[in-house]
Design a protein around this ligand. Structure first.
Ligand SMILES: Cc1cc2nc3c(=O)[nH]c(=O)nc-3n(C[C@H](O)[C@H](O)[C@H](O)COP(=O)(O)OP(=O)(O)OC[C@H]3O[C@@H](n4cnc5c(N)ncnc54)[C@H](O)[C@@H]3O)c2cc1C
Length: 444
């Protein structure tokens, strides 16, 4: 097959790797098992004929620099709306709504100013934000320079870290916890502090909109998968869908790609980037896998965390803000989409196997608690979407994540699971993809 490099998996990581290589005139073939690109950041056809529906609402941030650069390269950056400055509305357990609204100032002053006037948080706690400032500054330096150690202990959870840095109960419940759960997809008593502190280092980066929330204005497939495919095919590269692939190793080399429905591809030393999620890695590697044995064992031992989304259609608009945090309920966020509201429950393992009507009733109750306009309305249509393996667990007891390079010469790894220091996010996947491509472009 006529190509300089191969990628297995057309999620954000695989596509970002392929795009980077294509930008440097390498011809790349991406094999994707499913019928569409985008992986976990994708959409499916709406059987009722509406626009494609996302497999789950994705929220990006202004500090997703790698992601935004990737989208700019493939021509879809305009389909992401980044807030000029962080503004986030939250409904508390009593049903009262408040908004953290930050001025467009450099970080961390924008957050200090926003929190200083946020009346939902007691004054004493607003002042306590200052106790976190040295750690935030340090995290920002580590992220910016790539040097030094993050100010977090290996074995502490996010909650322990927040407590150690003097953050009070209300600020934690209304700001840090929703932010952490959205970024980590795991409760703050379970997730390790380290990836969260790295995220904070990015969120409080030098860019004025680093802390801003960014939402796609179109279905994800139009933002990620399709434009990436178009970009690649315009440069002599391509994504081959319905191509379930395995990589055969002979010990020191990846020798061929075996495809379920097509002739194998002999690699003859050409590089292959495996960009599948952690749980698929053991099935992708075949032959003498001794050298990648530790990575495969780590992948097999890594636990998944689920996300459940519920879409509720109404015949009028019930949510008046793009997104709304909901404190202390099952679903943490509600997003206003075209014609429907999408409610998201991160860390949803306790409910992911429940019946759809049970899940939907819970989502509707949470929406009605948070949004008075939804109380008198019955949804005209409902849909529960389960992603049982949405992300990998960030508990401190989980196996170490792998590097980009492996002990097999022409085999590289990319996916959000690769050790970027970031949680399982689009940004982590984009960074991992770019790094894998860099290994090929400038071999060390
Ligand atoms: C419901 C949901 C909500 C999320 N919300 C957010 C959010 O708000 N913000 C955020 O930043 N992130 C969010 N994420 C996480 C984000 O989607 C992922 O971190 C990211 O998309 C992972 O990309 P990836 O390329 O590493 O892996 P994937 O997207 O999983 O891509 C891997 C690809 O490999 C393919 N594949 C697997 N095995 C084979 C094989 N043998 N042969 C060929 N192809 C194969 C798969 O089909 C898949 O397309 C969310 C995820 C989910 C599921």
């Amino acid at each position: 097959m006529n190509a300089d490099a191969f990628v297995i998996g057309a999620g954000v990581a695989g596509l970002a790797a392929a795009v980077r290589l294509a930008q440097h005139d390498r011809r790349v073939v991406v094999f994707e098992a499913r019928g569409t690109s985008g992986g976990r950041a994708t959409s499916f056809d709406d059987r009722q004929g509406g626009p494609p529906l996302d497999n789950g609402q994705h929220a990006l941030m202004g500090c997703y620099h790698e992601t935004l650069a990737f989208l700019a390269a493939i021509g879809s950056r305009d389909l992401v709306r980044v807030q000029p400055a962080l503004s986030v509305s939250v409904v508390d357990t009593s049903g009262a709504r408040s908004t953290l609204s930050c001025p467009s100032w450099p970080s961390p002053f924008q957050m200090l100013a926003g929190v200083a006037r946020w009346e939902a948080v007691p004054l004493a706690e607003r002042v306590q934000l200052l106790r976190m400032a040295p750690a935030l500054w340090r995290a920002r330096q580590v992220v910016a320079t790539g040097r030094g150690d993050l100010p977090a202990r290996d074995d502490e959870t996010v909650r322990q870290w927040l407590t150690r840095h003097g953050q009070g109960a209300r600020l934690t419940a209304l700001l840090w916890e929703p932010l952490a759960v959205a970024a980590l997809n795991q409760g703050i008593d379970a997730a390790s502090a380290r990836p969260f502190v790295r995220v904070l280092g990015q969120v409080f980066g030098p860019g004025r909109d680093d802390a801003s929330i960014a939402l796609v204005t179109r279905p994800l497939i139009d933002v990620v998968g399709r434009p990436a495919e178009r970009f690649l095919s315009a440069r002599g590269s391509r994504v081959v869908c319905h191509a379930l692939a395995r990589v055969e190793l002979d010990g020191s080399q990846a020798v061929r790609i075996v495809l379920r429905d097509a002739a194998p591809v002999e690699l003859h030393g050409r590089p292959v980037i495996v960009a599948v999620p952690w749980h698929a890695l053991p099935q992708v590697m075949a032959g003498d896998t001794t050298r990648v044995g530790p990575v495969l064992a780590a992948a097999a031992a890594t636990r998944p965390v689920s996300i459940v989304s519920v879409n509720l259609w109404f015949d009028r608009q019930v949510l008046d803000v793009p997104m709304l945090g909901i404190e202390g309920r099952s679903f943490q966020w509600a997003f206003a989409r075209e014609g429907y509201v999408s409610l998201v429950m991160s860390g949803a393992d306790a409910i992911v196997r429940e019946r759809s009507d049970t899940i939907t009733a819970l989502a509707l109750a949470d929406l009605r608690h948070a949004v008075p306009a939804a109380r008198a309305q019955a949804p005209t249509r409902t849909m529960a979407i389960r992603e049982p393996r949405a992300t990998f667990s960030l508990r401190a007891d989980q196996p170490a994540r792998p590097d980009t390079a492996t002990a097999v010469a022409n085999l590289l790894l990319a996916s959000d699971w690769v050790e970027t220091g970031l949680p399982a996010t689009i940004e982590g996947a984009a960074v991992a993809g770019r790094r894998a491509a860099e290994h090929i472009l400038s071999p060390r």
